[in-house]
Design a protein around this ligand. Structure first.
Ligand code: C2E
Ligand code: MG
Ligand code: MG
Ligand code: MG
Length: 285
């Protein structure tokens, strides 16, 4: 009996594996189609000065606008896009589109209120030949200075210590593009790289902000990251600010910048422009 049951389990497991593989293949081919047809859109989440509550920049976040399934969040497809290499053409579109949009905003707004745009870049994109040239060309084409662009890379992706990537980042930083470490604190990497490498900004991962209110230890950890950043002359952005208490605690710690639902969810471009013109609709309401 036991043997029979084991066999059935094995068959069920195999057929489950089969389903998963078929689903991934289907996803991949749908994604391929979406890349060719341009079925993506970008939303923009304000990155806010915690003292003035004004947006200094926006993070561009990609969504897949599926013709029948509606708007699909990136965690549903970024992994498959990376595995399949489709992240390369998709990422190129994201960069061009984000720079195009920020160029429009900067033309409309007075100099002091001109925002930058922060774009997520996967390591696969960095590894392609000519990525630096592509960034340069995109900046030229959009007609914005390098200071209008920040690139976000995750800490985990840098753990391989790929010298070519660091060299490319250094070239981009010399141009004036800002480099941010995304999801900082989740990568368990050695901290010494912060001192030696071309990095301008640490984005403290949302998970650290989540528990700040309830846990003194967590609060101390965030305080530590903020003061570490100050010592190293890095800017800090706190992710996932969801309420006024988060904001107040972070401002008290001297954290200069933050983003999160308390301020605003990611917005369509026209909504984001409205936000730039009249900051903080939440507090005003
Ligand atoms: P991320 O770069 O860490 O982006 C922050 C994510 O947190 C976004 O999710 C954002 O909508 C969400 N978020 C912001 N504020 C809050 C908050 O207060 N509470 C909560 N619960 N969530 C908040 P989203 O847009 O689903 O993006 C997920 C991830 O997908 C991003 O994480 C990023 O790693 C990746 N991603 C998004 N766009 C791109 C892209 O164009 N290229 C690449 N390579 N990755 C992207
Ligand atoms: Mg990001
Ligand atoms: Mg992040
Ligand atoms: Mg994150």
């Amino acid at each position: 009996v036991a043997k029979g049951a084991g066999k059935n389990q094995w068959r069920r497991y195999q057929s489950h594996l089969h389903d998963v593989m078929v689903q991934r293949l289907e996803l991949r081919s749908a994604l391929d189609h979406a890349v060719n047809e341009g079925h993506f859109l970008l939303q923009y989440q304000p990155i806010v000065d915690l003292e003035t509550d004004e947006a200094v920049g926006f993070e561009a976040l990609v969504r897949w606008h599926h013709p029948s399934r509606g708007v699909i969040a990136p965690d549903q497809f970024i992994e498959v896009a990376e595995e399949s290499g489709l992240i390369v053409p998709m990422g190129r579109w994201v960069l061009d589109q984000a720079l195009h949009t920020v160029a429009q905003w900067r033309r409309i707004l007075p100099r002091a209120r001109q925002p930058y745009v922060s774009v997520n870049v996967s390591v696969r994109q960095f590894r392609q030949q000519g990525f630096v040239d592509q960034v340069r060309a995109s900046l030229d084409y959009a007609g914005v200075p390098p200071q209008a662009l920040m690139l976000e890379i995750t800490e985990t992706l840098l753990m391989g210590d790929d010298e070519q990537i660091w060299a490319d980042l250094a070239v981009l930083q010399d141009l004036g593009v800002r480099i941010a470490i995304d999801d900082f604190g989740t990568g368990y990497s050695s901290l010494s790289y912060l001192r030696q490498r071309p990095i301008d900004v640490l984005k403290i991962d949302k998970t650290f902000i989540d528990d700040m209110i309830g846990s003194a230890q967590q609060h101390a950890l965030v305080a530590g990251i903020v003061s570490l950043a100050q010592t190293l002359n890095l800017t800090v952005v706190a992710e996932g600010i969801e309420d006024a208490t988060h904001r107040q605690m972070l401002a008290q710690l001297g954290c200069p910048l933050g983003q999160g639902y308390y301020y605003s969810a990611p917005l369509d471009p026209t909504e984001a422009l409205a936000w730039l013109r009249a900051p903080m609709p939440l507090a005003a309401a």
